[in-house]
Design a protein around this ligand. Structure first.
Ligand SMILES: Cc1cc2nc3c(=O)[nH]c(=O)nc-3n(C[C@H](O)[C@H](O)[C@H](O)COP(=O)(O)OP(=O)(O)OC[C@H]3O[C@@H](n4cnc5c(N)ncnc54)[C@H](O)[C@@H]3O)c2cc1C
Length: 476
């Protein structure tokens, strides 16, 4: 390899998932030449093995559950889901795992795509090993943005790889419904995939090490989702760990720490995520391979003025929308610094500081019922030292909820900061609440005073009237 082979750009982005794409979009829009390196498919985990396929699998499940709760309609939707049609729609939605559309989009914004594995080779240098084994050196005049995302983390169980367990990749791309599926884990991926595959015809057993589901949310979220999953026919075992797992004549055999033996056709480990940083040359710039990359609010890696880490890889909030938000900010910060501006996040609009990451992250769990939350839970707010009070509302008391579904079941919590009289967090659980959470995000991120919230009048008869009930409950 000679120096003449090095190609210079203003910005080099490693990883063309949703986050890398958005960094490139912003730097290109600012007139900076940008190369983007991708080792698999442009569009990343989200498009092919995460958000898109999982939501395509869940949409008919949720729509059918909603329809079954509407008098006059429920009789027409009592049958099973058409699993082959659902899987075929999922395949369409993931563009059959082809990235032509997204490659075209990259071309449209004028970013240069390099197919292959990108590795740092010292400050501002990235070596790309292409599919043909050929190496190219890219040099960044201003910034390298690491957007390599995360992968499923498997537990350390002897012989696990040999039994070909499902991770989120297989759970979102499987072409057949397994007869029996064991799901290990109680977080978002576990409950969403348990919901989808149970409704598609699998008999699901959920093994959860902790006390309940969705441990990062208010406790009632996990309780309501657990109740519904059980009603749907899934078996839920909490306080249960996997001791060993083998495959005998094709059948998965799980032995739990209680000594129980469970047989299944497939086993999904939804047991967390690990950063994709083990082989990206971090050691060449003094960082530890395999680690999450800590960043400041402009997404710059601590101690490196040219290196950014954006999206899952920095471990701030492992969500596409939050990663894309960071990407917009990182892109703006790179452009500002390239043009000599300070970009220290001091502008009133905070264009270069990802402040929402700290206390206003929204998340929707696409189960039946849906669970949606933004900001801090009561426990988190107390831990952070805020003096807060939580008010709860039974969603069945809201007129719009009664219209939405017969026998509507759900709950809402608003966590109010008693010093500043603003909302620190909101959690909503119930059918249809996913589309409501943005109202709470505006209240939390905007730090809207409770006294003003009374003047944000929700339409009648919508589930949004929960806001009135929450304010009334707070006023007492
Ligand atoms: C089952 C599941 C469902 C989810 N559902 C949702 C949802 O509904 N909503 C939501 O907001 N979030 C969801 N998420 C989270 C979401 O998928 C991630 O937050 C998002 O994909 C992160 O985007 P990213 O660009 O940081 O990383 P990724 O999407 O992981 O993209 C990283 C890209 O970098 C590439 N790459 C890695 N290493 C290299 C290298 N050395 N050289 C070149 N390229 C490299 C990868 O091939 C990949 O294309 C879900 C996650 C899972 C697992």
């Amino acid at each position: 390899m000679t120096e003449t082979e090095s190609i210079e750009y203003d910005v080099v982005v490693i990883g063309a998932g949703p986050v890398g794409e958005n960094v490139a979009d912003r730097t290109r829009a600012a007139g900076l030449s940008t190369a983007i390196v991708e080792s698999e498919l442009v569009g990343g985990e989200c498009s092919y093995w995460a958000c898109m396929p999982s939501k395509a699998l869940l949409r008919p499940v949720i729509a059918r559950a909603d329809a079954r709760r509407v008098p006059g309609l429920s009789q027409s939707v009592q049958g099973p889901l058409d699993a082959p049609a659902v899987l075929a729609h999922r395949d369409e939605y993931t563009s059959h795992w082809k990235d032509d559309g997204q490659v075209q989009w990259l071309e449209g914004i004028g970013a240069e795509l390099y197919r292959g594995r990108g590795r740092l080779a010292g400050p501002r240098r990235v070596v790309v090993t292409g599919p043909d084994g050929k190496e190219r050196v890219l040099t960044a005049r201003h910034a390298v943005a690491v957007c390599t995302g995360s992968r499923a983390a498997l537990p350390d169980l002897p012989g696990l790889a040999g039994i070909r367990p499902w991770t989120s990749r297989e759970a979102t791309s499987a072409q057949e419904v397994p007869g029996r599926l064991v799901v290990v884990g109680g977080g978002v991926v576990a409950v969403e995939m348990a919901t989808a595959w149970q409704a598609l015809g699998a008999r699901v057993t959920l093994l959860v090490r902790g006390k309940g589901l969705l441990p990062r949310m208010e406790p009632f979220a996990g309780e309501l989702v657990a109740e519904a999953l059980t009603e749907a026919g899934a078996e839920l075992r909490t306080g249960t760990s996997v001791e060993s797992v083998t495959r005998e004549n094709g059948t998965v055999v799980v032995v739990t720490d209680a000594g129980d033996r469970i047989e299944a056709d497939e086993i999904l480990f939804a047991t967390g995520r690990a950063p994709r940083t083990d082989d990206i040359g971090l050691e060449t710039v003094g960082l530890r391979p395999g680690s999450w990359l800590p960043v400041d609010d402009s997404l710059r890696v601590t101690g490196h003025d040219w290196l950014y880490a954006v999206g899952d890889v920095n471990h701030r909030a492992l969500l596409t929308h939050q990663g894309k938000y960071q990407a917009r900010i990182a892109g703006a910060a790179i452009a500002a610094r390239a043009s000599g501006e300070a970009a220290e996040g001091t502008e009133p609009w905070g264009a270069h500081a990802a402040t929402a990451d700290h206390a206003a992250v929204p998340q929707v769990v696409f189960t039946d019922p849906e669970a949606a939350a933004v900001g801090l839970s009561l426990a988190e707010a107390e831990q952070a030292g805020h003096r807060v009070r939580a008010v709860d509302v039974d969603l069945s008391s809201v007129a719009g909820a009664g219209l939405y579904a017969d026998g509507y079941k759900g709950r809402a919590r608003m966590v109010v900061d008693l010093e500043d009289e603003i909302v620190r967090g909101v959690t909503l659980v119930g059918p249809g609440v996913g589309e409501l959470i943005h109202s709470a995000t505006v209240a939390v991120a905007g730090q809207v005073p409770i006294s003003r919230l009374w003047h944000a009048v929700p339409s009648y008869p919508t589930i949004s009237e929960v806001w009135l009930r929450l304010l009334e409950a707070y006023r007492g």
